[in-house]
Write a protein that binds this ligand. Structure first.
Ligand SMILES: *Cc1c(COP(=O)(O)O)cnc(C)c1O
Length: 418
């Protein structure tokens, strides 16, 4: 039978995908949780594996025909264990949020106390936000960054751990620009008899590339997304010690998911292979160098960097010293018009709501994949400052838009289709 597309191609959706490719090719992508995947990762994602049902695990499937899929998933597991030095891996979580929920389901009980970083100080929704299942089902208590240095305060975390006696301590952040040392979390977890989970969703690529400490030797369980700095397909992954392997696998399937997305698992395997190449180390180092250069250039333009700078792929920018009237929301909107895509973000103790904010979050994984280096970071800081200074002047914003397009044309990501 002919495919319907042979006579009636869906020009609407494919037209929109072309538009999105154009947007990604011609603008600056500075969202800290995004990246550009390789053509190989996309090829695996778009492969025939999307057709296969494979409930279960390699060698223990509920359906037939899984010999090839078993080899693919086993390869993904073997690679990711080697990449991070882990005893056990589950590569099936559909996303970072699914990975985290599976860990809670597998290792603690509803109502148990968990200690994590407050969302408005850089934590993630799945670390106990009251609107998320984590906060609805478990008794999350939060630590916050220090009032003056805006960094994690291990004295405070220890005090809260002693007070609340959590079953689990969740380390890991979504908008925190500094290194996260795993040892102090381990020491506190041991002192109060808690499990330690480390969510490296944002920094997995930095860890894999040796640009950030690896928490795997210290944590009971490590979760991450494969689509952020690690530069793979959208998805999640869980690493554990052998002691928790069975509980984690059961919590992913049948506990919280049905059939795995084996096309995504194959693409994860491809991404793990790419992250094992020596060039990925250079990539991870350059992400951090670019973030430092961009942070420094932004502070020269009059912005304040939360915690004074960055040691990672991201920075949180306080807009108030640059312009007290300017909100994160307005900045995000006007910068989008200049072809600069980033997101509004609360600064610690922000006087404005999460929908308005006094800050923006900026990351360098995507522009680094494109091949941009320190000189381009100085240009980006200039384009951001110029746009925000001239936000009521459409001609000035259009001028920046043209400069952004010219810069991106020098660093093409996905060449246009013929
Ligand atoms: C992005 C992120 C997640 C969630 O990942 P999704 O794939 O969007 O569900 C979880 N934890 C942290 C720390 C994150 O930054």
């Amino acid at each position: 039978m002919p495919w319907p597309s042979e006579t009636q191609r869906d020009t609407e959706v494919f037209g929109l995908i072309d538009k999105e490719r154009e947007r990604q090719n011609t603008g600056l992508q500075l969202i800290a949780s995004e990246n550009f995947t390789s053509p190989d990762v996309m090829e695996a994602t778009g492969s025939v594996l999307t057709n296969k049902y494979a409930e279960g695990y390699p060698g223990k499937r509920y359906y037939g025909g899984n010999a090839v899929v078993d080899d693919i998933e086993a390869l993904a597991i073997e690679r990711v264990k080697k990449l991070f030095g882990a005893e056990h891996a589950n590569v099936q979580p559909h996303s970072g949020a699914s990975a985290n929920m599976a860990v809670y389901l597998g290792l603690i009980k509803p109502g148990d106390t968990v200690l994590g970083l407050s969302l408005d100080h850089g934590g993630h929704l799945t670390h106990g936000s009251p609107v998320n299942a984590s906060g609805i089902l478990y008794n999350f208590q939060s630590f916050r960054v220090g009032a003056t240095d805006e960094r994690l305060d291990f004295d405070q975390i220890r005090e809260l751990a002693i007070k609340h006696k959590p079953k689990m301590i969740v380390a890991g952040t979504t908008s925190y620009p500094r290194r996260l040392e795993p040892q102090p979390f381990r020491a506190i977890a041991d002192e109060v008899g808690a499990l330690m989970m480390f969510d490296i969703a944002h920094i997995a690529g930095l860890v894999a590339g040796g640009a950030h400490p690896n928490p795997v030797p210290y944590a009971d369980v490590v979760t991450f997304t494969t689509h952020k700095t690690l530069r793979g397909p959208r998805g999640g992954c869980i690493l554990t010690t052998a002691a928790h392997a069975a509980a984690i696998d059961k919590a992913v399937f049948p506990g919280s998911q049905g059939g795995p997305l084996e096309h995504a698992v194959a693409a994860k395997a491809v991404a793990f292979h790419e992250a094992m190449q020596p060039s990925f180390k250079d990539y991870a180092q350059q992400i951090v160098k670019n973030a430092s250069a961009l942070a420094e250039a932004l502070s020269k333009q009059g912005f304040r960097l939360v915690s004074g700078g960055t040691d990672t792929h991201m920075m949180v920018v306080d807009l108030q010293p640059f312009d007290a009237e300017l909100t994160g929301k307005e900045s995000q909107l006007i910068l989008d018009e200049a072809g600069i895509t980033l997101n509004k973000n609360n600064i610690p103790n922000d006087p404005r709501s999460p929908f308005v904010t006094s800050g923006v979050r900026i990351g360098t994984p995507s522009v680094t994949t494109q091949g941009m280096k320190e000189p381009e970071m100085a240009l980006i800081a200039e384009y951001i400052a110029t746009t925000l200074r001239n936000r009521t002047n459409p001609a000035a914003v259009a001028e920046v838009r043209a400069k952004v397009a010219a810069l991106c044309a020098k660093f093409p990501v996905y060449p246009k289709r013929a």
